[in-house]
Design a protein. Structure first.
Length: 640
């Protein structure tokens, strides 16, 4: 029987159709399917569209990829200690499912709105259920929603498995694993990936998961699918509570109600309007409309049907243009509409557009600017609430030094990790255990803020920070005082944004931010440092004319940031971030250039960050960085 989702009206799965009922792929086919897959702590990703075209919006996947999806579920079950998932259980001659043990594990499963998500979700849920795991299936849901559920109610789920490729093109898909509201640490992720690879290499494993799927009782699986409606409704309620509790820094019901009432009363006299261009993302069936409506905020939504993906998924640059135009149109009809947002497909990040009061035009905010604005709000609130406390912020390597300037004004320490949400979350957790208050952290390079106790980026938290900023003058007054200025008579997004430290940064998804390299990162970095040291001397007069007199090198691996040039400061497999920070005559950091191979895409990422608004200065440093990397790639290639 085909079961449909009550919110999206899309088919969830048919309990009578076995998606693994096909001729077992050869070992060669499975190995080839694995070759195209990236396994990182940030998520497992590959092009699942059967055509192999990353822009293909087909819902079909290949037979080998179907087996990989089942292996992902089996790997998680084994990681959780499910007896039937262990190596000794893999026997293609089984004729019945093993009995369910007393210590049954529970896994929360969800997916974003990509076309291949439904078949992957069906395979994962069938495999886990056949292994005796209790599956709570949310079907299409935003990533922060599933993580909020197992954050607030961690005792109700031993882990979550979320099917998504985040901001990657529509033909991609993948999986994130985690527990207690956050993705697994790098160490846990590595163990899971090793288990997955061992299953691909096991000649009996594919037939085993196919046999498990064929033996699954239809009535048992029907109940899992039918229960999706209840699980989804419960998850939405929990998520809304989590977002409000995160905003008001308390999960006491009375405090949440008091906070919500204050926002509601404020919007009655000073209306707030938000444009939500959801691009067919998982946020289309999340709390966005109900949450803002409950706070008296006017919401205009478009492309809010899951799967209605009308432009490229990554919420950067031209992909916010539709939202920008729509915001301008709505503002002309109703001047309370001054803010708009666009999420990525799993809805764990969203970037913004806003109305400039000076010319009444809508402007796209840079990702680094969005992050800086939220950091300003949350650090000011933390300092107001804790005047004498040790406060810190954890960010990734390529986060703009805007953050350092804001933090210094508020006597807050900045700590940096390697790129990767799991790294930033782990670093923030460690800092809290060291006695710091860490209410805001994240990856400024993509605009993704994480607001404690959340362990994942969330545009709802971003927007709630801005709503607090406009609603509570004490927050912006705190920032103005640290800068020796008075609170402006009119608080607008424009004058608040203009108060941020001025920096020019490479957009994470601009064409100039990506390169292709042909050698290992170990060889590349060694060659790069040789070239940098030579060119530092050659360019000294040019750099001095720019006010650059010295440099410091940093290597970022996991949660550790080490100062120094050379392989001595790196560890295998040498895939961490590499950063050169430039200093002026007073020893103040003014600019940096950074590089790192992506963990989720086959590209090498680069960027420059420069104090001030000089695009020429930025372009000079970025071009220099790209040239050194290209030369290093060539040099390392000739040596090999």
């Amino acid at each position: 029987m085909l079961i449909y989702d009550y919110l999206s009206h899309l088919p969830i799965a048919d309990d009578q159709l076995d998606p693994l009922d096909f001729t077992t792929p050869s070992q060669e086919q499975l190995n080839k399917a694995l070759e195209g897959m990236i396994l990182s702590a940030s998520g497992w990703r590959k092009v699942f569209a059967v055509s192999g075209n990353e822009e293909d919006n087909t819902s079909s996947i290949s037979d080998p990829d179907s087996i990989l999806a089942a292996f992902a579920a089996l790997s998680l079950a084994r990681h959780l200690g499910v007896k039937k998932a262990q190596e000794s259980s893999i026997d293609s001659t089984i004729t019945r499912l093993p009995e369910i043990g007393d210590a049954q594990k529970t896994v929360l499963v969800g997916l974003d709105s990509r076309p291949t998500g439904q078949i992957l979700g069906d395979i994962v849920c069938r495999t886990l259920t056949a292994l005796g795991v209790k599956v709570r299936y949310l079907f299409i849901c935003a990533a922060p929603e599933i993580m909020a559920d197992c954050n607030l109610f961690s005792e109700e789920a031993d882990a979550f498995l979320y099917i998504s490729a985040s901001h990657n093109p529509v033909g991609h898909n993948g999986i994130k694993f985690g527990k207690q509201g956050g993705v697994y640490t790098g160490q846990e992720s590595a163990l899971l990936a090793n288990t997955f690879r061992s299953l691909v290499a096991n000649p009996e494993a594919a037939r085993y998961v196919q046999k498990l799927s064929s033996l699954l009782d239809e009535e048992t699986y029907h109940q899992v699918l039918s229960d999706t409606r209840y699980q989804k409704q419960q998850s939405l309620e929990r998520y809304e509570t989590f977002v409000l509790g995160t905003a008001c820094k308390s999960f006491v019901n009375d405090k949440i109600r008091t906070f919500s009432r204050a926002i509601l009363e404020g919007t009655e006299t000073n209306p707030i309007g938000i444009v939500a261009e959801l691009n067919g993302s998982a946020r289309s069936v999340s709390i966005d409309y109900s949450l803002f409506n409950s706070l008296g905020i006017r919401v205009y939504m478009l492309n809010n049907q899951p799967g209605k993906i009308v432009h490229a998924i990554v919420p950067e640059g031209e992909n916010l243009e539709l939202c920008r135009r729509t915001l301008e149109d709505q503002y002309k009809r109703d001047s309370c509409y001054k803010l708009g947002y666009v999420p990525d497909n799993d809805g764990d990040r969203g970037n913004l557009v806003y109305i400039k009061d000076s010319n009444q035009k809508a402007v796209i905010m840079e990702a680094q600017e969005v992050f800086a604005l939220v950091v300003l709000v949350e650090l000011c609130q933390a300092r107001l609430d804790n005047p004498k406390a040790k406060i810190a912020i954890a960010v990734n390597g390529p986060t703009s030094m805007r953050i350092d300037r804001i933090a210094k004004k508020l006597n807050v320490e900045v700590f940096r990790s390697e790129v990767g949400e799991a790294n930033v979350v782990e670093l923030a957790t460690r800092l809290r255990s060291d006695g710091y208050i860490v209410n805001i952290f994240g990856e400024g390079s993509n605009g993704g803020n994480i607001t404690y106790p959340a362990k994942v980026r969330d545009p709802m938290n971003t927007l709630m920070s801005l709503i607090k900023l406009i609603s509570d003058k004490n927050i912006f007054r705190c920032w103005c005082r640290t800068n020796g200025k008075d609170l402006p008579k009119s608080m607008t997004y424009e004058n608040i944004i203009n108060s941020l430290p001025s920096f020019t940064s490479t957009g994470a998804f601009s064409t100039q931010a990506k390169m292709q390299v042909t050698v290992s990162q170990k060889d590349l970095k060694n060659a790069y440092e040789e070239i940098f040291l030579l060119q530092w001397e050659e360019r000294k007069s040019e750099l001095l004319a720019m006010g650059i007199e010295d440099y410091v090198a940093y290597q970022m691996e996991g949660t550790v940031c080490t100062e120094g040039l050379g392989e001595t400061f790196r560890t295998p497999p040498y895939k961490g971030g590499h950063k050169i920070v430039f200093l002026d005559k007073d020893g103040l950091c003014t600019d940096f250039i950074w590089m790192r191979g992506s963990g989720t895409e086959p590209v090498f990422r680069v960027m420059a960050d420069c104090e001030g608004s000089s695009q020429k200065r930025h372009d000079y440093l970025l071009a220099w960085q790209r040239d050194m990397i290209a030369k290093a790639d060539q040099l390392a290639r000739t040596r090999n």
